[in-house]
Design a protein around this ligand. Structure first.
Ligand code: WTA
Length: 656
């Protein structure tokens, strides 16, 4: 229950109705709610026809006969890339800018829909020439450059499946994702810009493929960082050579609505990341619909900016597929918010006249810390709508965001969703909803959310409970790659009653409904941490720690952190005979970098405590709750179920 305190939210009485102006020009109309309520499936079928071009129209909306494995619009056919590109050119808006890209080092380029379409066609031909076709998996490991978007769309155009791996992940993490999906091709770059320096990517790909058993036969390399790279002849190809040599024309073929579009790995409660599988027609329908209505997109005039990296679901749905399906103009930025100066983001908003801005609470909190004079040094008057995603936004940050960035007028949409849900599930619609700080508020039309107690019955407001999605939705995950049992166990076993035909999706989040009937999210209820809006698994980090030869045992908790929401804190027992580290400090420094190189810098623990014992129950389960008390500097809670109650005393004394 990280940043939101239930108490303060129960008493939240600041309300912000939409201005008359905003309401008058609102994309979303109240009929969306009534239509969805009247006939949910007909509502989604209408959205699918409104937002997607179907090469072959569907006649069936939802097939739930094999629940919890869903099929949406199954007999329809479409091409996702065609929907994001060619159809806009054919509709006469080819000259509209699709992407304004700005590199961290100041490089910049703008691509119109016509140019982007031409680039994707060539890239699709180049990728097809490497033997990639329908159903083949392609790993993409890139900085945020236009080629990352082009590569995703080119793969989609061929009916192949992309698996984008965030460029901050280690070679080891990349290797496990390539192997799990049995990718045939990797698309990467020599390096990218981050914090004023070039970080290498190609070398990590080389390391990931080094064992020689990989399924990968080709590596396409975009030149971006200009750093030196090693080359494997016969396997490696420069992107620019391959794309320049490719034919310019490529006719998009139609694929069935359930053709897989991408796999995206995310952390779960066990050590092994889950390959979340998304398909085409339903996914595109819901991302396009939500992008247009939640962000009140007026594509002729708006400039949209979602700050997420394309390596996360937010980048997939609200950098690539949502905005491009809607013919939006957007900004794509490669680097960090504070390079080369702490006002970089605000400078970009001024330069490109960004009107819709979508970012994470952790970023907002770090700007708050720097002070309002930094954003106030720029002209942010183009902004008319703000969004938040990734973790609960505390009311204080919400108010600051509205006042300082939104000039006290811009509505804020707090959007709750997950890698698994594919698209936004809970959010205000800005022209309709009276907004309230700290609450995601309302399921979007066509989505059914309930909050249940452990026994599966609905809790009465304002009691807290577990958030479930009670009806299937178009952009829902279709499974976990290669592991159907894990899909059923993780999401559909806790509250479903298959014998009664009842299926409820368990999201892993706590929530409550406040006295106004608004949904307030309270954070994860499982062993998934949320650090700066990134999902990390306690077990994955524990496995990384125990893989180090000095470590006997490790326990990881997510401790509340003012800026990052949660922070990784580890408790480690060293092996008795280890001699590598002379002091606890030394050991903890070594282990922190070990975790960063095993998983990626985002997983580096904020603190590692070297301890002699871990608190365990009589059955041997580590009591993370007690460690969390220590990590958050609270008095230690109830220790009566510990096998040895003195352990916490010893840990507490040692850390004092
Ligand atoms: C959390 C990111 C509160 C939540 C799109 C969820 C949020 C996890 C919000 C998914 C929000 C995301 N309010 N919590 N507006 N948005 N979360 O898969 O715990 O990276 O389960 O997807 O982030 O993280 P993921």
């Amino acid at each position: 229950m990280s940043t939101n305190s239930i108490d303060s939210l129960l008493h939240e009485d600041r309300h912000f109705p939409p201005s008359a102006d905003f309401a008058a020009n609102s994309v979303a109309s109240a009929s969306l709610y009534t239509d969805a309520k009247a006939d949910r499936l007909a509502f989604w079928a209408d959205r699918a026809r409104e937002y997607v071009h179907w090469h072959k129209p569907f006649t069936e909306v939802l097939d739930w006969s094999n629940a919890p494995f869903a099929k949406w619009f199954a007999d329809g056919e479409l091409n996702v890339a065609y929907n994001c590109l060619d159809r806009h050119v054919e509709a006469g808006i080819g000259d509209r800018v699709a992407i304004h890209w700005e590199g961290e080092n100041g490089d910049a380029v703008s691509l119109t829909y016509a140019q982007l379409t031409a680039e994707v066609k060539r890239a699709a031909n180049a990728i097809a020439a490497l033997g990639i076709g329908k159903g083949d998996r392609v790993a993409i490991y890139m900085p945020v450059v236009p080629e990352a978007v082009i590569a995703m769309l080119a793969v989609a155009r061929l009916g192949a499946v992309h698996s984008v791996v965030f460029g901050g992940f280690s070679a080891e993490s990349l290797r496990s994702r390539i192997d799990d999906a049995e990718a045939k091709l990797v698309i990467t770059a020599d390096g990218g810009w981050r914090k004023g320096k070039v970080f290498p990517l190609k070398s990590a790909v080389d390391a990931a493929l080094a064992n020689g058993t990989s399924t990968v036969s080709s590596v396409l390399v975009v030149k971006r960082g200009g750093n030196d790279v090693e080359w494997v002849d016969g396997r490696d190809l420069w992107w620019h050579d391959a794309v320049e040599a490719a034919e310019p024309e490529h006719v998009a073929q139609a694929f069935e609505a359930e053709n897989p579009l991408f796999i995206l790995y995310t952390s779960g409660t066990t050590g092994k990341p889950k390959g979340i599988l998304h398909t085409s027609g339903g996914y595109l329908t819901q991302v396009a619909f939500t992008h247009k209505n939640v962000f009140d997109l007026h594509p002729e005039t708006d400039v949209f900016w979602c700050t997420a990296d394309v390596g996360w679901i937010t980048g997939h749905s609200y950098v690539v597929y949502g905005p491009l399906a809607n013919g939006a103009t957007q900004l794509l930025y490669e680097g960090t918010p504070d390079t080369p100066h702490p006002g970089r983001w605000w400078e970009l908003i001024e330069k490109y006249k960004v009107s819709i801005f979508y970012t994470a609470p952790t970023a907002i909190r770090s700007f708050m810390k720097l002070g309002r004079q930094i954003p106030q040094g720029f002209d942010l008057s183009s902004l008319r709508l703000l969004g938040s995603v990734g973790e609960p936004i505390n009311p204080e940050a919400w108010i600051w965001y509205r006042e300082v960035i939104g000039a006290n007028v811009a509505p804020i949409v707090d959007t709750w969703w997950q890698t698994e849900t594919g698209a936004i599930m809970i959010s205000a619609l800005p022209g309709l909803t009276t907004l309230k700080p700290g609450a995601a508020q309302t399921p979007i039309p066509g989505i059914r959310i309930d909050i249940l107690g452990e026994d599966g019955t609905r809790v009465d407001p304002p009691q807290g409970g577990l958030l479930v999605v009670s009806e299937p939705w178009p952009s829902m995950l279709r499974g976990i790659w290669g592991d159907p049992d894990r899909y059923v166990d993780t999401y559909w076993s806790k509250f479903s009653k298959p014998e009664e035909g009842v299926y409820k999706y368990f999201a892993g989040d706590g929530a409550h409904v406040d006295t106004d009937g608004d949904i307030v999210l309270l954070g994860r209820v499982d062993d998934v941490m949320n650090v700066s809006g990134h999902r990390l698994s306690t077990q994955e980090i524990e496995s990384a720690l125990v893989s180090h030869h000095m470590v006997a045992e490790a326990a990881v908790v997510g401790a509340a952190d003012e800026q990052t929401g949660q922070a990784v804190v580890a408790f480690v027992i060293l092996k008795a005979n280890q001699t590598d580290a002379q002091t606890a400090d030394e050991a903890s420094t070594m282990l922190r970098s070990h975790v960063a190189s095993a998983i990626g810098a985002i997983a580096r623990p904020r603190q590692i405590f070297i301890v002699a014992e871990l608190p365990k129950t009589r059955s041997g389960k580590i009591m993370r709750r007690l460690l969390q008390d220590v990590a958050e500097g609270r008095p230690i809670g109830d220790t009566t179920t510990l096998a040895d109650a003195s352990v916490m005393q010893i840990i507490g004394d040692k850390l004092k």
